[in-house]
Unconditional design. Structure first.
Length: 444
């Protein structure tokens, strides 16, 4: 079994400032072997409610990772061999060439010749209920802690969830959603989310255009971001212009790049959703997705993607989630055509400068998502960025996580192979550092 140092009990967290940058969601930041909670920021102030595993006894010894090939900012800076990362008190204290960084006499030293150090992976699931919506207690807290441990062993050191229930139109497709039947209800949902300490509002597909625009206006008034699905009734360009920070999934892009979008939107409105039946809704819109694929118009797509890039709208394609939801469906030619078109859309998003995130609800899904993104045209470096520096930037947490730099949280993954040569190397984990606490294999 892995060595999980300094495991302990759930304890309350802390407040801190993000220097004017607003975090976008609830986070479970795994301190020690694990933690679970909400990292919430509004107007630059983060309110973190975390239940973290703390050490028994005094503070942990400093940790020196030496002679490593460091990939400090994937997709932004090149790798550097022969580097040392010195960790102290849960933070990265020093980064430099091994020959130039002295090892503290009380440090635990790990010689990482032939190994690669990357930032801890960030699993972002923007539109679901996610971790952070409710404070775990009793059996729920135990389950959250076990889930956090499992994720950390696979290199996921931060899980991003909405921190509040998603807002949908009637009938809501996701259990626990807030149903906003009109503009007033949408505004109330935003006010409740803000008053409850959430840092963003999740949006779901059945929200009406009027309710969505009311939600967007109230979110601007309350200085609280929002993201998730682009509702069926709202053109994607309009949602981007209104300020939606992250668009999750590719349904809206399929529609917006089609010459038959008005016809498809009309047919979408006629589909009767069933409360809590998200999978059923997905199956029923498959025919409309195929119509959108066959009426794809490249010039229209280019104009849309340029607009998304100019607005700084992030897209989380959720390719692995699409695949998982379709596993039980008959593998028809049109379903294969939809899958191939999704990969084309991702490649075009990247080519036109639209920032892409690797969204997922769990560690295995995140690994698969990165592999799909790399194969879709991003390449290994940008796919790795989509699960590290990218979500940290999108969520306003770039001064805290996502890169390996002095002052950042000590969330690190040590790999046995080079992920820039082959992105599947993210599965070949030698050890993980979570908020400065070391977790080592074997990973049985």
């Amino acid at each position: 079994m892995p060595e999980e140092q300094d495991a302990g009990s759930w304890i309350p967290g802390r407040r801190r400032f993000l220097g004017g940058v607003a975090a976008f969601g609830g986070t479970a930041a795994f301190g020690g072997a694990a933690a679970c909670g909400s990292a919430l920021a509004l107007g630059g102030t983060e309110h973190r409610q975390a239940w973290a595993e703390e050490p028994h006894g005094g503070p942990a010894r400093p940790l020196a990772l030496t002679h490593a090939t460091l990939i400090a900012a994937p997709g932004v800076r090149p790798p550097h061999p022969g580097m040392t990362v010195l960790v102290r008190d849960g933070r990265i204290a020093t980064v430099g060439r091994t020959a130039e960084v002295p090892e503290p006499p009380d440090a635990r030293v790990m010689d990482l010749r032939g190994k690669y150090v990357i930032p801890g992976l960030i699993a972002a699931h923007v539109s679901g209920s996610g971790i952070g919506a409710d404070r775990p207690s009793g059996e729920a807290a135990t389950a959250a802690r076990l889930s956090a441990r499992k994720s950390a062993r696979k290199g996921v050191t931060t899980v991003i969830g909405p921190g509040s229930p998603p807002v949908d139109g009637p009938p809501a497709l996701w259990p626990g959603s807030v149903e906003a039947r009109d503009e007033a209800a949408a505004r109330r949902a935003v006010r409740r989310a803000a008053a409850g300490g959430a840092a963003f509002v999740g949006v779901h597909p059945r929200l009406s255009r009027a309710a969505y625009l009311a939600l967007a206006e109230e979110a601007r008034i309350r200085h609280i971001p929002y993201g998730g699905h682009c509702p069926d009734a709202v053109p994607l360009a309009e949602a981007s212009d209104a300020g939606q920070r992250i668009v999750e999934h590719l349904y809206a892009l399929l529609l917006a790049t089609s010459t038959r979008d008005e016809e498809i939107r009309h047919d979408l409105a006629r589909i009767d959703g069933h409360p809590g039946r998200y999978r059923d809704w997905l199956r029923r819109i498959r025919r409309l997705e195929w119509t959108a694929v066959r009426s794809y118009y490249p010039d229209r797509a280019d104009r849309l993607f340029d607009r998304l890039a100019a607005n700084g709208t992030w897209v989380a394609p959720s390719l692995a989630a699409h695949r998982s939801l379709e596993d039980r469906e008959t593998d028809t030619p049109y379903l294969r055509g939809i899958r191939a078109h999704r990969l084309h859309l991702v490649a075009e998003l990247h080519r036109r400068g639209v920032p892409v995130l690797a969204g997922s609800t769990h560690a295995d899904g995140l690994h698969e998502e990165m592999e799909q993104l790399a194969g879709a045209g991003l390449g290994a470096a940008q796919a790795l960025r989509a699960a590290t520096a990218g979500p940290a930037q999108a969520l306003g947490l770039a001064d805290e996580i996502g890169t390996v730099e002095p002052g950042r949280a000590a969330d690190l993954v040590v790999l046995d192979a080079d992920p820039l040569r082959d992105i599947t190397a993210v599965r070949r984990i030698a050890s993980v550092v979570v908020r400065g606490r070391l977790i080592t294999g074997p990973w049985a």
